[in-house]
Structure formats: C-alpha cells, structure tokens
Ligand binder design. Structure first.
Ligand SMILES: [Zn+2]
Length: 350
C-alpha cells in the first residue's frame, strides 16, 4: 500500500488536504434513508477509520485554519466530517472516532434537532419507499410547473427537481407531500428519532467535536436570495453556537455542489465569520487551497483498495479533468467543475 501512495503522488503532487464526508452510520436502512446512498455500516466505518489512522494524519478544522501558507499541514492530512446530524453520529460514529483519536466536524441543520421535523430528503425518501414515486409526482403537480418531467427515481428528485424550484415552490411541494402521505410530520419524526437531540449536540461539542453550519432546513443554496440568508444561514449558526457554546466557523453546502456557492452566499459566509466552506464534489484539494472552496470525498467504502481508489486516485483524476476543461474554457465562470462534472454529496454511485 505505501508504494501505491507513492505512485499516486507521482501523477499529481499538489493534492494536500483530504476531506471525507459521511452521513448516517447504520447497519440497517429505514424507509427514511433506503435508496439515498447516505448510510455506511459501522463495520465499514470502523475499517475506514483504521485506514485513516494507518495511512493518514487526522487533523482538526483548527489545523486547517492555522495553515496560512499551505505548508503547515502534515503529510497526507485527512479531515473527517459528517453532514445532516443523524442520531447515529452520537450512537455509532462518535465513540469510534474517540476510540481511534480522530477529530471530526459535524455539519448540522438546527430545524431537525430534537426530531422537531423531518428533513426534506428523508420525507421524500419515506414517501417513495412506502407509497411509491407516483405520490412524489402527485406532490410535484401541486407546484403547477409545466416544465418538470415525470420523476422516476429519488436521484431525479434530488439532482433535477429540487435544484430547479424556488423556496416557495419547495414549501408547496413539501406541504403537498406531507398531506398525500397522510402523516403528522413531527409525530413521525419523534417516533423515528433519526436526528441528534440538542442535548447531544452540546455533549458532542463539549467532547471536542467541531460543530458546523449546514443551513437551517437543508436546501439547495442556489434558491436563496440575500434576504433568505438571515433565516437559513445566520439563524442556524446562532442556534448551533447557543447549543455548543463555541463559535461556528465552517459551513458545508447541502448537496455539496459548487453551483450552490453563489457569489452572494460566499460574500455573506465570509462576512458572517465562516472561515471555511466545504463542497462535496470529490475533487482533490491542492496545497494552499482556498479555505472557502474545500472539497470533500463522499465514501461508504470499508475496503482499503476501494478507499484508496476513492480518496487518492479519483479526486486527482477529477482535478486533472477540471484543469483540462478550464484550460479550454469549458468551465463556466463562477463554477469549479465542468457541467455534469459535479458529484452531489448525496447519491454517490460508488
Ligand atoms: Zn446534507
């Protein structure tokens, strides 16, 4: 394995900080997650942590922020992150991270803490698994848009439909879906207990986990106008700071696409004290990478060969691809990745 790292390095030496994103750590899928590609089994997660401790140097957000010239990080630095605040982070992931001495950032949506509601992705997933895609399409029709084709899969909901609708249309869709499912959303969320409680967030922060911002209600940030930032960005940050007793210094984009990091949002994040912004397009971060465009690799693998491929090889190939596209002017201004090249954090097809 060490020889393979050396070979990987020969064709792109600039790859510096490895960032990895996990979501739900669970041996079993529920109707709320089945088909979303967000669950890693505890045994695969433990194998990944062993892989990190054997071949990498796990670092904290503070180490990344302190690396002002791009040369302060140890060789093969790896930063572990979790998105979406699943309860399994407290039950399964945090004890394993502590066991291996691996720090991590938890990017949370305050709206769903204490299971006060269901995140839109989990609601859609539940509807599709329990009632079928026809129920999803019926809720889509409530939006009254003629340009939205029939949806055939969860992937199409998250990667095509959600990014194309406004905040208002999103509310109409989710209200219609809740009604069609015949559920009381809060009651169902309480019964399922999918997410962390506020008390658990405080305990995790006290034990050294960094708490990060992931928007208040988990949406595609391209649909936000500057008027929405107070509700989705600032409110979430303030609530998380109150729970953790520590400053929230980082932000991860729901769905991980650079398209969602608009200039207005980036300016707002910088002005409001977010010192690092994370995407999930699985592209290698070069040495001295812009801290407001740090990329992460989504992985659910528990085998060394696959982890090596996903963390060492594929991000380098994507970085090379992006450089080639950029040199030919094929990457639109303001985007990091060529059209079709971004890999959302959800639905990674590994
Ligand atoms: Zn998310």
């Amino acid at each position: 394995m060490p020889g393979r790292f050396w070979i990987a390095r020969t064709f792109d030496r600039s790859y510096s900080l490895r960032c990895v994103v996990f979501h739900n750590i669970s041996a079993e899928e529920s109707p709320f997650t089945k088909g979303m590609g967000v669950s890693t089994t505890p045994s695969d997660f433990e194998a990944a942590l062993k892989f990190f401790t054997r071949y990498y140097t796990p670092v904290r957000l503070q180490d990344v922020l302190a690396d002002s010239d791009g040369r302060g990080l140890p060789p093969r630095a790896v930063l572990v992150t979790f998105d979406d605040g699943y309860a399994s982070v407290m039950e399964m992931a945090a004890p394993l991270c502590c066991k291996f001495g691996i720090p991590a950032i938890l990017f949370l949506n305050a709206a769903f803490l204490d299971n006060d509601g269901l995140a839109p992705d989990n609601l859609v997933c539940y509807a599709a698994n329990v009632l079928g895609m026809e129920t999803i399409n019926a809720a889509v029709r409530a939006v009254k848009r003629t340009d939205i084709p029939k949806l055939h899969s969860l992937a199409e909901v998250f990667s095509c439909f959600f990014p194309s609708i406004s905040l208002t249309e999103r509310h109409v869709f989710l209200d219609a879906l809740t009604h069609l499912c015949g559920i009381r959303e809060r009651q169902l969320a309480q019964e399922e207990g999918l997410y962390l409680t506020r008390e658990q967030v405080g305990a995790l922060a006290a034990s050294g986990f960094e708490i990060g911002n992931h928007t208040y209600t988990h949406l595609h940030c391209r649909s936000l106008t500057p008027e929405n930032f107070a509700q989705e960005v600032d409110r979430n940050r303030a609530e998380l700071e109150a729970l953790s007793g520590k400053p929230v210094r980082s932000f991860s984009l729901p769905y991980g696409s650079s398209v969602d990091l608009t200039n207005d949002l980036l300016s707002h994040l910088k002005l409001s004290g977010h010192e690092a912004v994370f995407l999930s397009e699985s592209v290698a971060n070069p040495r001295g990478a812009d801290r407001h465009h740090l990329d992460r690799v989504s992985t659910r693998a528990g085998v060394d060969d696959t982890l090596f491929l996903e963390i060492e090889i594929l991000p380098r190939l994507r970085a090379i691809r992006n450089r080639i596209f950029r040199s030919f002017g094929l990457v639109p201004k303001g985007r990091k990745t060529p059209p079709g090249g971004q890999r959302p954090s959800i639905f990674y097809q590994n």
